[in-house]
Design a protein around this ligand. Structure first.
Ligand code: 8Y7
Length: 275
């Protein structure tokens, strides 16, 4: 059985997905070897801190980030997946929207696809269906380049849910199995602070669709807007947001700070397991 499906089915606590960005700006530039040493040591700490899944991405999805070629993305992530696969026992998620990358990543050992475009890139849907691994379908209004220009919704919760339901229908009709679908409201992707807060407040309605829900709130700018803190100082707000999401039923929490988030989720779990 697929490793991600297995942990999703058998663990009754939310899973922690640790973030590993393989972008040149994530590491000090000292050539290829030094870079691989750096991401392997980052991967090691994600594993040691107890993450269930490691999410490996080679393309920045930050607003306005530069678009990279398929080959460049492949060159960044595939060697990383191969190396992590041989060194650590952890489920690997590939953060990509490109079908070519999905294919090679799964071949190299990735057990999950995390697609911020929700399989809307040409041929991504067919590819994911064929690969038959769990896929996280995320909502985004617009594209990473344009998404924060002027996000607008009449009712953000209803619209995000309608979008995700529509993607589910499309995925099922393409032959994807229900068990392989994970949903994500896409915090920060084409949403105002108010929109993000509303989505977090109403996350239980998305969880009620009965698909595992993934929540990515770690260090996001909405937390900076509320606290006035810079990225590096957003840990307390990130943990709080993770807890709010988990308490409403989110099954996967995507974070930078695995160890700290894990403590918060242990507390939630201890309370939920009281007689
Ligand atoms: C999310 C994500 C990012 C998220 C999922 C960041 C790749 C921006 N955010 N994937 N990726 N959900 N599924 O701040 O919220 O981490 S990148």
């Amino acid at each position: 059985m697929n490793k991600v499906s297995q942990i999703l089915n058998h663990k009754n606590t939310p899973l922690i997905m640790g973030i590993l960005n393989i972008t040149p700006d994530s590491f000090s530039d000292g050539g290829q070897f030094l870079q691989s040493q750096q991401y392997l040591s980052k991967a090691e700490s994600i594993v040691m801190e107890g993450a269930d899944i490691i999410d490996i991405g080679g393309e920045s999805t930050r607003p306005g980030a530069k678009i990279i070629s398929v080959q460049e993305e492949i060159d960044r992530v595939i060697p990383a997946i191969e190396a992590i696969k041989t060194q650590f026992d952890i489920a690997i998620s590939i953060d990509t929207s490109k079908p070519e990358v999905m294919k090679l990543a799964v071949k190299a050992g990735a057990e999950m696809i995390n697609d911020v475009c929700g399989l809307r890139v040409s041929h991504a849907l067919e590819t994911a269906a064929e690969l038959a691994v769990p896929v996280c379908l995320m909502h985004m209004q617009g594209s990473p380049r344009t998404m924060q220009k002027k996000p607008f919704y009449y009712n953000v919760t209803e619209e995000v849910i309608a979008f995700l339901q529509d993607r589910v229908t499309t995925c099922l009709s393409q032959g994807m199995k229900k068990e392989n679908i994970i949903l994500d409201p896409g915090f920060g992707f084409g949403k105002s602070v108010q929109d993000n807060l509303t989505l977090l407040k109403n996350l239980n309605t998305l969880c009620a669709l009965n698909y595992p829900v993934l929540a990515g709130l770690s260090r996001k700018s909405m937390l900076g807007d509320i606290t006035g803190k810079k990225t590096e100082k957003r840990l307390p707000a990130s943990i709080s947001a993770a807890l709010l999401a988990a308490q409403q039923g989110a099954k996967i929490i995507r974070v930078h700070d695995v160890d700290e988030t894990s403590d918060a989720l242990k507390l939630l779990n201890a309370i939920q397991n009281l007689e």
